[in-house]
Design a protein around this ligand. Sequence first.
Ligand code: NIG
Ligand code: FE
Length: 393
Amino acid sequence: MTTTAVTHIASLVTNDPSLGNGTPLGLILDAAVVIEGDRVVWTGESSKAPATDSAVDASGRAVIPGFVDSHSHLIFAGDRTQEFNARMSGRAYSAGGIRTTVAATRAATDEQLAANVARYLAEALRQGTTTFETKSGYGLTVEDEARALRIAARHTEEVTYLGAHIVSPDYADDPAGYVDLVTGPMLDACAPYARWIDVFCEKGAFDGDQARAILTAGKAKGLQPRVHAGKLSYGPGVQLAVELDAASADHCTHLTDADVDALAAGNTVATLLPGAEFSTRAPWPDARRLLDAGVTVALSTDCNPGSSFTSSVPFCVALAVRDMGMTPDEALWAATAGGAAALRREDVGRLAPGARADLVLLDAPSHVHLAYRPGVPLVAGVWRAGEQAVPLG
Ligand code: NIG
Ligand code: FE
C-alpha cells in the first residue's frame, strides 16, 4: 500500500488528548499526518515525519478531522420556500409542514430521490462532511419508508428508520393504528436497511408512551435508538432516550434540570442542531449549560427542507460559537468527535493512528477561523478514507 504524508500543517486537530498539547483537541502545531490506504498511520511534528511514497505540502494551513454530521433528513423531494418565506414574515413553525414534504416525496420517482440525496451529499462533502447519518420519515407508508431507507443505504451505513416522524395523514383519526403499523409491518420492511430507529417525541407528533413503544419495538429488531427530543417544547424524550441507552437525544432546546442531570449521568449524547433554531427563529439551545454539567455534546445540521435547509457544518459551528456559548475548540470537537460519539463510532471524528483517513484542509491557519470567518468557504481539500474526495484548491 502506498503512503502519503500531508506536511507543514500549521495546526492539526487530532481529537486525541494523548497527542499534542494535551487538550481534548490534541492540537499539534507544525504537524504532519501520514496516510496508508484508508487509514491514518502516523501524526506528529512535521520535522519528524517518516519517509513516504508521496507528500502534499499544506503550506501553513490547518487540517481537521472530517465533520461527522450525525443528524440529517435527506431522502425527500421538493422544497418549502413558501413556508420559510411566510415564517420570516412572522408565521410560526409547526411540525405540520412535514406533510407538504410527505406528499412531494411520495410523488417522486426513485431516481429523483436518489439524485436529490446525491446532490446534497456532494454539497456537504465540499463543506468538509465525510461521515453522515440520514433518515426516512417523509414516506410514512410501508413502501415509501422502505424505499427511502433502501436509497439512503447506498450512500451511508448510518441509516435511521423514522417512520415515527409524524402520524401519517392516512391515519389522522387513528394514531394508535399508525403506531401499530410503525412497530409492525413497517418496521419489518425497514429494519434490513437501517442501523438506527428514531422518533419525533413532541406535542403534535408522538408522546412518551408511543415513543417508548416504538423504540422498544425497534430495539427488539436489532435497531439502536436515537430520539428527537425537546425540539419545540419540554417533554419526556430526553429522559426516555437516556433510559433506553439511546446513542443521542437530538435538538435538546427545551431541557429541565432533571434532563440535564440524566444526560450527564448516562451514555446519551446531546446533539444540538442550531440550523433549526436559525431557520425557525427559535431560542438557541444552551450548549454552555450542557457542557458545564459534563454532558457530551454533538453539533450537526439537521439538514431537511422544512426546519433547517443547510448542509453546512461550518455554518452550525459559527452559530454555536456566536450564540450558544461554545468556544471554537468545543464547537469543532462537537462537530467531529461529538458526532462520532453520537453514532457510537470510534474510527471517525479523530486523526490518530488507526483512524479512518478523513482529513479536511482549511484555507486558514487554524480551525478557529470556521467561526471567526463565518460564511466563507474555507474548505480547501478533503480526503475521505484516504482518497482525495475534494481536489486541493
Ligand atoms: O428535525 N423534528 C422533526 N423533524 C425535522 C423537521 C422536519 C420538517 O420540518 O420537515 C427536524 O427539525
Ligand atoms: Fe431532525
